[in-house]
Design a protein around this ligand. Structure first.
Ligand code: PLP
Length: 381
């Protein structure tokens, strides 16, 4: 059976060149980056060069770059660490209702310490409007604002620049989860804090980064050695951070060409599916969207059954964020956008990547059309 992978928002395959760049640090150049002899200095130099590279490609030289084990860690650390650093002064957390669970749950963890969380809902197209953020900030002592760059389920790109202005005016720390956006769109000076994760842009799993504006206060995450400026102790995953830098550099270098190709393949797929399934539509704003993302609603069907039908044909798709697709509840992101439960539960997320071809798009679209037809005929909706 032929396999077609259309779940690049969940994770991406490791790029061969990235693996090549990592290999020395997994084999011959195995030194601990904190050791003072040659092998250690070699590792430390690789870590420093990876740090400079990732810092420049995320928030830039006006900030510090800390390596983490993943995007979830960077997000949770940012929220808890920034709030804790303002303990007793500011106790309100403002999050968009479409944030990743690593921020939503982290905010819940802060409740016993006296932090209140205010959720900001997106509009029907999945966009968090700056004026809604402004309203949430008004009259409150806000310690942390979290609105992501691009949503993991709809791919809808958020107006981070405008939201940053609103936060600056209120003196609130603005954090932008860029895990889906990194490598797919330029980042730059869009927030006080930014998170990325290597496995979303053809890098290795198990490594991410947190960029923080210079002077931002954050509490220590891991007590121990002096790694990550003494804020996150623990021996550095040298091969991982080298892979993160290599993958992000390649993604940023080839961004325009990749996006053009990926969006063209995605659009062919969407046109074919919408032409073949009556009533199907794309969820969320189509103009402000990552190149690879298509979240399609199939009213009258259950997304989960479509996903299973496609899996049986060798096609990998998702019905929500990978972290929550084990649960059969409709996506909280789509519900927050105002979709009825049954429509939200009918959605399937197709996310295209560099290796997908036009031919794969056609095969996958025909499979979607066939699966939906079968489900409707069986009456198992
Ligand atoms: N933030 C967003 C928007 C994501 O999509 C994800 C993962 O899907 C994460 C954070 C968590 O990243 P990681 O898998 O590296 O923990």
């Amino acid at each position: 059976m032929r396999n077609i992978y259309l779940d690049h928002a969940a994770t991406t395959p490791l790029d061969g060149k990235v693996l090549q760049a990592m290999m020395p640090y997994l084999t011959t150049a195995y030194g601990n980056a904190d050791s003072r002899y040659a092998l250690g200095r070699q590792a430390a130099a690789a870590v420093q060069s990876a740090r400079d590279c990732v810092r420049d490609l995320t928030g830039g030289s006006g900030g510090e770059l800390y390596f983490t084990s993943c995007g979830s860690e960077a997000n949770s650390w940012a929220l808890k660490g920034v709030c804790a650093a303002q303990y007793g002064k500011r106790n309100v957390i403002v999050l968009s209702a479409i944030e990743h669970p690593s921020l939503i749950r982290a905010a819940e963890d802060m409740a016993p310490f006296g932090y209140e969380t205010v959720l900001v809902y997106p509009d029907g197209l999945g966009i968090v409007q700056p004026h809604s953020v402004e309203k949430a900030l008004s009259g409150r002592a806000v310690a942390f604002v979290g609105v992501m760059r691009a949503n993991n389920e709809t791919g809808v790109v958020q107006p981070a620049e405008e939201i940053y202005k609103v936060c600056k005016a209120a003196g609130a720390f603005y954090f932008c989860d860029c895990v889906q956006a990194a490598g797919a769109m330029p980042l730059g000076q869009i927030a006080d804090g930014i998170s990325v994760s290597a496995h979303k842009f053809y890098g290795p799993k198990g490594v991410g980064a947190l960029w923080l504006k210079k002077g931002a206060h954050i509490c220590r995450l891991v007590s121990g050695g002096q790694q990550e400026s003494g804020l996150r102790g623990g021996t550095t995953f040298v091969a991982g951070v080298v892979g993160l830098a290599e993958a992000l550099s390649a993604a940023c270098r080839d961004m325009h060409d990749n996006n053009c190709r990926i969006a063209a393949v995605r659009d062919e797929f969407v046109a074919r599916v919408l032409g073949g399934v009556k009533g199907a539509f794309v969820a969320g704003d189509r103009a402000h969207r990552l190149a690879g993302n298509a979240n399609i609603a199939f009213p009258g069907c259950r997304g989960e059954q479509i996903m299973i039908g496609l899996d049986m044909r060798g096609i990998a798709v998702s019905t929500g964020s990978a972290c929550s697709s084990g649960a059969s509840k409709p996506s909280s992101v789509l519900l927050a956008m105002g979709y009825e439960e049954d429509v939200a539960a009918s959605c399937v997320r197709f996310t295209f990547g560099r290796e997908n071809t036009s031919e794969e798009a056609a095969v996958a679209a025909d499979a979607v059309i066939a699966v939906v037809k079968e489900l409707k005929e069986r009456g198992s909706l």
